[in-house]
Design a protein around this ligand. Structure first.
Ligand SMILES: [Zn+2]
Length: 484
């Protein structure tokens, strides 16, 4: 009995000892089978959530075969929105046992800012134009807007062709750097300009030697490049007509300009020209003679062109030029002594009183009566209705009954109305002539700008093959419709 008690006591002690040893052994076993492999530093990117995924725990032995049989947690506080270092203790639990390690968690920013360029990253500027920086913004994950910290480097010289690089760089407060670049191409797409000395239409008399009247070519970038102009085409000054010369020039950027000049070769009228039946121009001048008539007579002589003067006595000081006109081969015709509508269109007698007065001046100046007449305002005028209803219908009959022919016109220079420049007179007359085989052109030799257009009208007409003739009794007369 005593022996059994002793055996029980021993067994009990062994069991207690085993439990104690087991408890200690278990603790040591946990110590041995959990290994923290990391250094004691954990890095968290600014703004990222801190968790323990960055901590590597290796389980060994028995633990390695089982899942989720340990718990991992940590003590300490990490503010991921504030850069800096935080102390954290990572703890591994197995039941009531634990193993812990201290870590330093560092919240860092290694993300570079982002530069966004306004406009394209490649832009083209015409040489000479201004280049304006289109703008940019820079933002950072940590510092937010860092646009004002951007350093822009590089210059664009828009006066010199080339490719320029503008570089942009910015650093955030952690020293992370971003860069961007914009390419600026300074190009020349503007073509040179050619200007002609002597105008783009050049007149030259038949038989005269033609020499290039000159030109200038200027380019926005190259400056004067007149010496690079190539001229093609020929002018045969022995043959009347129209010749086109082409001028071509290229600037150093390859922009090409082509311009052309028309050279018109005219031959003055020969003395014995007769009506060839088509392309005839009758130049007629009303309301003179006046201050510009002498100049006009010289121009007409220069080209041996004979014209028709529907004369008045409104500038009596120039009356003697009626004789000059006749002597130089022009036709003198009656227009009106006074050209006073209110007076002449009162009645038929008043009209012929003025008519005879003018014809008597003509007889005195030229030695003979006129046989052609043009009504002031033309036969179609309506102004006469203010003074006498139906008078034009009577006068067209009465004039012919007295053995005269009246003549209107089919090309108006416009010089009595809205047209006030030599250029417009030239255009109106030449366009009008171009529309007709036979043209009776109305101009007024008391208008200087109109007289100034005559030389070019003649040069143009001769180079186009027109014949200029004076109106005679045999000329088919132009008659407007009578409106009063
Ligand atoms: Zn008139």
């Amino acid at each position: 009995m005593k022996k059994k008690w002793v055996i029980g006591l021993i067994a009990g002690s062994v069991a207690i000892l085993a439990v104690i040893i087991g408890v200690f052994a278990y603790q040591y076993w946990l110590e041995d089978n959990i290994v923290f492999t990391d250094s004691d530093k954990i890095t968290v990117q600014y703004g990222d959530k801190f968790d323990l995924s960055g901590v590597n725990i290796i389980k060994k032995g028995y633990l390695n075969n089982k899942k989720d049989d340990i718990d991992v947690s940590y003590d300490g506080k990490v503010d991921e929105k504030s850069l800096g270092k935080y102390d954290v203790e990572v703890i591994v639990h197995k039941g009531k046992k634990k193993k812990a390690k201290k870590y330093v968690v560092e919240v860092v920013d290694t993300v570079a800012p982002v530069i966004e360029l306004d406009g394209d990253s490649e832009v083209t500027v015409e040489v000479g134009d201004e280049y304006d920086e289109p703008g940019y913004t820079a933002t950072d994950n940590c510092d937010d807007d860092v646009t004002d910290k951007v350093i822009v480097d590089g210059k664009v010289d828009t006066s010199v062709l080339g490719d320029y690089t503008i570089s942009y760089s910015v650093k955030d407060s952690s020293g992370n750097e971003a860069t961007a670049a914009r390419i600026v191409h300074v190009t020349d797409t503007t073509s040179p300009e050619i200007t002609f000395d002597g105008g783009d239409v050049y007149y030259i008399a038949k038989g005269t030697d033609y020499s290039e009247p000159g030109y200038t070519a200027t380019d926005n970038y190259d400056g004067d490049i007149s010496d690079k102009v190539e001229v093609s085409g020929t002018v045969d000054t022995n043959t009347s007509g129209k010749y086109t010369l082409t001028y071509t020039v290229k600037d150093s950027a390859g922009n090409q300009t082509e311009a052309s000049r028309t050279v018109r070769v005219y031959s003055p009228m020969s003395v014995d020209t007769v009506n060839p039946g088509s392309k005839v121009v009758y130049l007629t001048f009303d309301d003179g003679p006046g201050p510009y008539t002498a100049q006009l007579l010289d121009i007409l002589d220069k080209y041996n062109v004979k014209a028709t003067f529907f004369v008045t006595n409104t500038h009596p000081d120039y009356q003697n030029l009626i004789a000059q006109e006749a002597q130089r081969g022009h036709t003198i015709a009656i227009h009106s002594a006074s050209h006073d509508y209110a007076r002449i269109y009162q009645n038929v007698d008043a009209y012929f009183k003025d008519f005879d007065e003018m014809n008597n001046i003509i007889i005195a100046q030229t030695g003979k009566s006129a046989d052609i007449v043009r009504f002031p305002g033309g036969s179609s005028n309506t102004i006469s209705a203010r003074y006498c209803s139906g008078i034009m219908s009577q006068l067209v009959y009465e004039v012919e009954d007295r053995g005269f022919q009246y003549c209107d016109w089919n090309v108006s220079s416009g010089d009595a109305g809205g047209t006030t420049s030599t250029g417009e007179v030239f255009c109106n007359v030449t366009e009008g002539i171009s529309r007709n085989n036979i043209s009776i052109v109305l101009q007024h030799d008391i208008k200087d700008f109109s007289v100034n257009a005559v030389e070019q009208i003649i040069q143009w007409g001769l180079s186009e093959g027109y014949t200029f003739l004076p109106i005679t009794a045999q000329t088919p007369m132009s008659h407007h419709g009578v409106n009063n």
